[in-house]
Design a protein. Structure first.
Length: 54
């Protein structure tokens, strides 16, 4: 069985035999989810700051 360069990269990064395009799309979705979470937390914190009165 011939192992491609993509297989070796994927094997080194994830330790699995999943084909590269699937892994890349999964990682991109995960990164987008993290960015969205970060934006949500900023919005929540900003709205909480506005509500607090001393």
């Amino acid at each position: 069985m011939l192992q491609t360069h993509k297989y070796h990269i994927n094997r080194a990064i994830t330790g699995t035999c999943i084909k590269q395009p699937f892994t890349i799309s999964y990682m991109l979705k995960f990164i987008c989810m993290l960015k969205a979470n970060k934006k949500c937390w900023k919005c929540i914190r900003n709205s909480d700051r506005g509500r607090k009165t001393t």
